[in-house]
Design a protein around this ligand. Structure first.
Ligand SMILES: Nc1ncnc2c1ncn2[C@@H]1O[C@H](COP(=O)(O)OP(=O)(O)OP(=O)(O)O)[C@@H](O)[C@H]1O
Ligand SMILES: [Mg+2]
Length: 364
């Protein structure tokens, strides 16, 4: 087990930076997810941790000790990749045992550790099979088994379940989290899937273009995104954004748009830091912080036109046309507005966000 610290870490490929000045601290025993879209520098970060890639600048520390110059074999980390990289001619047992054989661990110890891992992963009935006789999820478990028998101080999982089918992914999310909790080993888990990060991690590092956007708990990342980019990347269905004018009037500040004029809550005005006079801003609100009706409510509302309804099992997602934009509202399946109907949307202002129109940072 180990804490992991990145101090001003950079990764350059030639002259192009792939990781820019990364600073994070992963507590001992925690489950940390590195989340971001393709090409944002997730695997580069992992490869620097594992020692497979040179650190261009800055330091990586395990338990406060600088490991930049430690060879991979001395770092005591175990990696699991998306392409399991199992030996096709070896049995499941020998695949799992392989890292211990390489370390000349004695046979009794190997048997005990492989048995324990196989049991934990519920693959103890598959030990004599070869990889081609396994399903994708089973192969994934073998790869994980091979990582855990080493009892490393750090797990590095790089999109380990990305190409399994949706149902198996959902199952494996729970399994991997449970496994990490059982073993207590620090986990750095890379994914481009925001739901995976939100559901599994203690802390999430959101990356974009090689830069850390936000570090926080899943709830902080979801409820208090620091900028519009994080807000738009995390959450499904995605947050709605509408560009509005900020207008001050009689001590109050309003968000004004062709389709609405809604006052900010009193405590939100102070958070604008005087930007009320700045002109435009972006309102951000998630589909489930909106309510839709066909009759005009008493409180300030957004008036639009139903564009399309999508039934999502227990919910209905209604896409509404405004002047110059669209917003999506989560409502009940019984909502009976039809395309073309005039409708009214109220906003839960406790849950909306205002982002700077220029640089996208969140005022709240
Ligand atoms: N060996 C390399 N040489 C040159 N450029 C590289 C190399 N490896 C990665 N890159 C570039 O660095 C950037 C980050 O790549 P990285 O593999 O870290 O992204 P990622 O977040 O893991 O993406 P994905 O989700 O697609 O796996 C990309 O622009 C990529 O093209
Ligand atoms: Mg990658």
């Amino acid at each position: 087990m180990a804490s992991v610290t990145f101090k001003n870490v950079w990764k350059y490929y030639g002259k192009t930076p792939a990781v820019k000045d990364l600073n994070i601290e992963c507590p001992d025993g925690s489950f940390v997810s590195i989340l971001g879209p393709s090409g944002c520098g997730k695997s580069s970060t992992m490869r620097m941790l594992a020692g497979l890639e040179h650190i261009s600048a800055g330091d990586i520390l395990f338990d406060g000790e600088r490991i930049n110059d430690l060879p991979p074999k001395d770092r005591d980390v175990a990696m699991v990749f998306e392409n399991y990289a199992l030996y096709p001619h070896k049995t499941v047992l020998e695949n799992i045992a392989n890292p211990l054989r390489l370390r000349s661990v004695d046979d009794d110890m190997i048997k005990a550790r492989v048995d324990a891992a196989a049991k934990l992963l519920e693959i103890d009935h598959l030990l004599d099979r070869r990889p081609h006789e396994l399903s994708g999820g089973q192969k994934q478990r073998v790869a994980i088994g091979r990582a855990i028998v080493r009892e490393p101080r750090l797990f590095l999982f790089d999109e380990p379940i990305a190409h399994l089918d949706a149902k198996l992914r959902a199952h494996m999310r729970g399994e991997i989290k449970h496994l990490q909790r059982t073993l207590g080993t620090t986990m750095i888990y890379v994914t481009h899937d925001q739901l995976e990060a939100l559901s599994m991690a203690d802390y999430i590092a959101v990356m974009h273009d090689g830069e850390l956007q936000q570090w926080g708990t899943p709830s902080e990342i979801f409820n208090k995104p620091v900028n519009a980019w994080v807000a738009g990347f995390v959450g499904e269905p995605a947050m709605n954004f509408v560009t509005c004018d900020l207008v001050g009037h009689n001590q109050e500040v309003f968000l004004r748009h062709e389709n609405f004029e809604i006052p900010l809550l009193p405590d939100q005005v102070g958070k604008l830091n005087g930007a009320a006079s700045a002109g435009t801003a972006r309102m951000g609100v998630r589909p489930d912080a909106l309510e839709i009706s066909l009759t005009k409510p008493h409180q300030p509302s957004i008036t639009g036109e139903v564009f399309v309804n999508e039934l999502l099992g227990g919910d209905m997602l209604v896409e509404v046309l405004l002047d110059g934009s669209r917003i999506r509202v989560k409502t009940v399946p019984e909502f009976d507005g039809q395309p073309g109907d005039r409708c009214h949307i109220t906003v839960n202002r406790e849950k909306w966000h205002i982002f700077d129109a220029m640089d996208g940072h969140a005022y709240f």
